[in-house]
Design a protein around this ligand. Structure first.
Ligand code: 5CA
Length: 444
C-alpha cells in the first residue's frame, strides 16, 4: 500500500480530548472517528487491526469445538420479559419501538436470544454439550462513555454460550473457555490474568475477569504477584488437566474490586507478594446454571424419561476494546513509538525510501521489494511522499508496523537497511528480511 493513496488521516499533534494513550494514538493516526458520544466509525487502519484480532479470537473458539453463529443486533423485548431481565437491565438498554409499536431493543448481550435458539431445536442430552458463539456489535447506553473505544456505547464483542447436561459437564465447558482465553491473549502478545470477579447483571456465582495490567485501566485489582508465573503450556483439553490448570491459578489470591476482602488478602498473601494496581478487563466468563433456561423453558430429555433444565455459561471478549488494550500495553507515548504485535499489525513492515524529486530510484527499489514481500504474504506500507526522512520515520513509528526497511540514496547493492522497531538497524539481504518476518509471523 502506498501511503499517498491510503486513507490514514494522521494528525500533527495529539488531540486534546483524549485522556489516555490508546485514545490519543487511535485519533492521531486515524484508526477511528467519533460519530456521536461513545459511537465510532472504524477507519482502514483501525479496522484492519480489529479484524485480525477477531480472526485470532475466532480460531481459538473453533479449537475448543465452539460453533460460530450470527445473531442480530436488534432483539425483541418478549424474550427479555421471559427471563425477567427486561426491567432489571435498566437504562443501559437502548429500547426502540418499531412501526407496529412493538418493543424492540439493541442487544447489550445475548443470553436470552441464544437460549431461545437452543430451546427450539435441542431436545435431548445426547446433543450436549453445545458451545455456540458469535462476534457482533453490542450496545450499552453507558452513563459515562469514555477513553475512546475502551468504554463506549457501541462495541464489538465475541460472546459464547455453553449448554450442558449437568454442573460437572458445565464446569468442563467453563474450563475450556478459560484455557482458550489464555491462548487467545497470548497470541495477541498480552499477559491477561484471570481474576475472581463479580457477576453483575449477567448472574451466577462463578466468574472470572481476564485483566491486563495498565495504569489507565478502570478495574482495581488485588493480586498475588506469583500468579504471573503460572504456566498454562501443555494443558490438555480434558477434565483433569483443565481442572488442575484452574487450581494452579486459583491458589493465588487475585480479585477485582467488588470481590476484595482486606483480611483475606492480608492473610493469604505475604507482604512482599502483594500487588494492588489497575487493569483493563478484556474478557469475562460466567457460570450461571439454569438462570435463563429455567424461566425460558430450555430443558432436555435425560435417560430414563427424566427432564432437566440445561446448565449454561457465557463467555465474552471485548474485541474492539482489545485494540485499545494492546495500544496501552505496547505504545511508548514519550518517544511516540507504537509497535504492534506481528499477529495483529496493520502492516508487517514499513518501507521508507528517501525520495528526491529528480531521483525516484529509491521508490523504484521500494516497489520491487514490495513485490517480493507480497509473494511471501508479507504486507508492507510504502511512504512514497517526498517529505523529509525524519518526518517519514515519525509517521511510520506512529502507524506501528513492527519492522522497517530504509532505502537511502546510496543503497545500490543487494543489502538493505532493516530494523525491528526499538532495535538497531542492520544491513542484510532481502531474503533474510523475509525469513525473519515469516518466522515471527509463524510464532503467533
Ligand atoms: N454476556 C456476557 C459474556 S458473553 C457479557 O456480556 N459479559 S461482559 O459484560 O463482561 O462483557 C464482555 C466484554 O465486553 C468485557 O469483558 C469487555 O471487554 C467488553 N465490554 C463490555 N462493556 C464494554 C464497553 N462499554 N465498551 C467496550 N467494551 C466493553
Amino acid at each position: 500500500m502506498l501511503i499517498s493513496k491510503s486513507f490514514i488521516p494522521i494528525l500533527k499533534n495529539n488531540p486534546s480530548e483524549a485522556k489516555i494513550k490508546s485514545h490519543q494514538l487511535m485519533l492521531r493516526v486515524g484508526m477511528i472517528k467519533q460519530s456521536s458520544a461513545g459511537i465510532y466509525s472504524w477507519l482502514p487502519l483501525g479496522f484492519k487491526v480489529m479484524k485480525k484480532i477477531e480472526q485470532i479470537v475466532r480460531e481459538e473458539q473453533n479449537k475448543i469445538g465452539a460453533q460460530e453463529i450470527l445473531m442480530p443486533t436488534i432483539q425483541s423485548s418478549e424474550i427479555w420479559k421471559e427471563s425477567g431481565r427486561y426491567e432489571d437491565y435498566g437504562e443501559e438498554m437502548l429500547r426502540i419501538k418499531d412501526r407496529q409499536d412493538r418493543e424492540m431493543l439493541y442487544g447489550p448481550t445475548n443470553e436470552e436470544l441464544v437460549t431461545d435458539i437452543f430451546r427450539s431445536s435441542i431436545k435431548s442430552y445426547k446433543s450436549l454439550p453445545q458451545l455456540l458463539y458469535h462476534i457482533q456489535w453490542k450496545f450499552r447506553d453507558e452513563i459515562r462513555p469514555r477513553f475512546g473505544i475502551m468504554r463506549c456505547r457501541e462495541f464489538y464483542m465475541k460472546d459464547a454460550y455453553s449448554f450442558d447436561v449437568s454442573d460437572e459437564e458445565a464446569l468442563f465447558s467453563y474450563n475450556k473457555f478459560f484455557i482458550s482465553y489464555l491462548k487467545t491473549f497470548k497470541r495477541l502478545d498480552l499477559t491477561a490474568i484471570p481474576m475472581a470477579a463479580d457477576t453483575g447483571p449477567i448472574g451466577g456465582n462463578l466468574s472470572h475477569e481476564f485483566i491486563i495490567l495498565a495504569e489507565t485501566g478502570e478495574s482495581k485489582i488485588f493480586t498475588d504477584k506469583r500468579i504471573f508465573d503460572v504456566e498454562s503450556e501443555g494443558t490438555e483439553l480434558n477434565k483433569n488437566s483443565l481442572n488442575d490448570l484452574r487450581k494452579k491459578f486459583e491458589q493465588f489470591y487475585s480479585v477485582t474490586d467488588e470481590k476484595f476482602n482486606k483480611e483475606e488478602f492480608e492473610t493469604k498473601v505475604n507482604e512482599k507478594n502483594r500487588l494492588i494496581t489497575k487493569g483493563i478487563e478484556v474478557g469475562h466468563i460466567f457460570y450461571f446454571g439454569d438462570k435463563y433456561s429455567k424461566p425460558m423453558g430450555g430443558s432436555v430429555d435425560l435417560p430414563e424419561g427424566k427432564k432437566d433444565f440445561v446448565k449454561m455459561g457465557s463467555y465474552g471478549i471485548g474485541v474492539s476494546r482489545l485494540v485499545g488494550a494492546i495500544i496501552e500495553a505496547k505504545y511508548d507515548e514519550k518517544d511516540e513509538v507504537m509497535k504492534w504485535p506481528i499477529s495483529v499489525a496493520p502492516y508487517d513492515v514499513s518501507i521508507i525510501p528517501m525520495i528526491n524529486k529528480n531521483d525516484i530510484s529509491a521508490l523504484d527499489k521500494a516497489n520491487r521489494i514490495n513485490l517480493e514481500l507480497e509473494k511471501n504474504n508479507i504486507e508492507a506500507i510504502i511512504d512514497d511522499t517526498d517529505e523529509n526522512f525524519s518526518s517519514k520515520i515519525k509517521k511510520m513509528n506512529l502507524i506501528g508496523a513492527p519492522y522497517q526497511i530504509i532505502i537511502g540514496k546510496q543503497s545500490k547493492d543487494d543489502h538493505i537497511e532493516f530494523k525491528e522497531v526499538g532495535k538497531d538497524s542492520k544491513k542484510i539481504k532481502l531474503s533474510e528480511v523475509i525469513k525473519i518476518i515469516k518466522e515471527q509471523k509463524a510464532k503467533y
